[in-house]
Design a protein around this ligand. Structure first.
Ligand code: G3P
Length: 214
């Protein structure tokens, strides 16, 4: 499973990268807005840290505006993946960008048919938002399961980025299903490594060792 880090915070990206846990990065307008500095400068800094797909989202809602922004974003670095929203205009832009060889990540996916349209349009990635579905008492992981089944049925190359991850179990369930990628907030990733029995075991080893040294 590839781990993308869902943040525009440079320090978090550096920390995840130092653990070998940053196969890519996803940003969105809200994540960028939390950080100081110019959008393009932030993206350039991220591209220096992580040698993997870096998702940057367009703001325009019309196809031509999306295409103009997308070409500018793609020109920043070869690893930039252009995020477009799951709308008719976004699908048209995805189709055109696919023909131009610009990688796309169709985002704000909340239904399997949205994901099917994105794959048919040539999307490189789709981002189903599991947490936001769970937030309204819908089953976010069921959406991932349905997309996986559809993509496997027709051998689509589009990769699934499980997004809007709220807790470690979202990543566990996605991995058990065989989803390609999870994009994980750093705060959630930080919870993966720790376990109380690991801590207890380390303490017991050291206590026994130190006792034997006396
Ligand atoms: O960045 C895309 C997605 O992961 C954001 O999810 O629901 O935490 O804003 P959310």
């Amino acid at each position: 499973m590839k781990f993308f880090i869902d943040t525009a915070n440079i320090e978090e990206i550096k920390e995840a990268s130092s653990m070998g846990m940053a196969d890519g990065v996803t940003t969105n307008p809200s994540l960028i807005a939390r950080e100081e500095g110019n959008f393009q400068d932030i993206l350039k800094e991220i591209c220096k840290i992580v040698d993997g797909p870096i998702s940057a989202e367009v703001i325009s809602l019309d196809t031509e505006g999306m295409l103009k922004e997308a070409r500018q974003l793609a020109g920043i670095h070869e690893n930039i993946v252009v995020k477009v929203p799951m709308t008719i205009d976004g699908i048209k832009a995805t189709r055109r960008l696919s023909e131009e060889g610009i990688k796309t990540n169709v985002t704000l996916i909340f239904s399997p048919l949205q994901a099917l349209m994105a794959a048919k349009a040539g999307a490189t990635y789709v981002s189903p938002f599991v947490g936001r579905l769970d937030d309204i008492s819908h089953d976010g992981l069921l959406l991932v399961e349905q997309i996986l089944e559809i993509y496997n049925n027709y051998a689509y190359d589009t990769e699934i980025i499980v997004a809007s991850v709220r807790n470690p179990l979202h990543v566990l369930d996605a991995a058990l299903m065989g989803a390609d990628i999870a994009t994980i907030p750093f705060e959630v990733l930080s919870k993966f490594a720790s376990h109380p029995l690991t801590d207890k075991g380390i303490k017991a080893f050291l206590d026994d060792w130190n006792r034997a040294q006396k």
